[in-house]
Design a protein around this ligand. Structure first.
Ligand code: ADP
Length: 245
């Protein structure tokens, strides 16, 4: 569903993403992990067609992100910390507005709304204005807007940012329930999120992909069998030569 081949993105002289290749298939939740500034958001923005790769190719659901951006957008739900929410609108009206903008009408519209309201547990805030909702609810509203058209690919940039521990647990459950028939790629610098819900991890540091696989396999490959993700990450960073970035 997601295919990235030698993608590079430069901002002036800075190489934010450097020759990165990976794939994500249906029924997979993949955690994209790396410290702040590693290039995670840049990669997700290329996948969601907001920016173009400087080199390489990015394909989503069989469509090239540069040549067919509308087809890609049709197939993705994208959530980032800066996803705009209309603060003054009531939550129910806002969700309906987004669903209509996504082209949903009639039964598909009503069913789509009902499904995301249930899934994201938004029934208690439907009559509130967006700006009156807590951070956790606002993030769930964002997730609902990303899901309302039932996309086969979900791209989530730091989805648990600003959550309290209970909200983190609830969000992990929601994400697990969305796994079937979807390819989900989510970025985070929180190791616990990745270990709790990912089938596979992509480790990125200074724009370069240092690891791609299940944590236990990466640990074995690194010669530290049984190690957790934190240790594997530290090992990969230590043993990889610094770049020009
Ligand atoms: P992450 O999401 O892993 O925190 P980003 O993809 O946001 O990392 O950033 C990767 C690098 O690219 C950082 O050094 C960041 O400062 C730089 N960067 C990101 N966006 C821009 C931009 N619009 N212009 C210039 N540099 C940018």
């Amino acid at each position: 569903m997601i295919r990235v081949e030698s993608a590079t993105r430069r901002y002036g002289s800075l190489t934010a993403v450097d020759q990165v290749s990976f794939e994500v298939e249906k029924n997979e939740i993949v955690g994209f992990v790396g410290p702040n500034g590693a290039g995670k958001s840049t990669m997700l923005k290329m996948l969601s067609t907001f920016i173009h790769p400087s080199e390489g190719t990015v394909t989503v659901a069989g469509h090239d992100a540069v040549a067919e951006p509308l087809a890609v957008r049709h197939n993705i739900g994208y959530l980032s910390g800066d996803t705009p929410l209309y603060q003054e609108m009531r939550v129910d009206k806002f969700l309906r507005f987004i669903a209509e903008a996504r082209g949903l009408t009639g039964d598909a519209l009503e069913q789509g709304l009902k499904k995301v309201i249930d899934l994201c547990s938004l029934d208690t805030v439907l009559k509130q204005r967006v700006k009156e909702c807590s951070t956790g609810f606002r993030q769930r509203i964002g997730l609902a807007t990303a899901l309302v058209h039932n996309p086969p690919v979900l791209l989530l940039d730091e989805p648990t940012h600003g959550f309290d521990p209970m909200q983190v647990l609830a969000f992990r459950d929601t994400l697990r329930s969305l796994r079937e028939n979807r390819a989900i790629l989510f970025s985070t610098h929180i190791i616990g999120d990745v270990e709790a819900i990912s089938d596979r991890v992509l480790i990125i540091h200074q724009g370069r992909l240092l690891g791609d696989g299940r944590v236990q396999d990466l640990a074995e490959r690194a010669g530290i069998p049984g190690a957790g993700l934190e240790e594997v990450f530290a090992h990969l960073v230590r043993t990889t030569a610094p770049t020009h970035v």
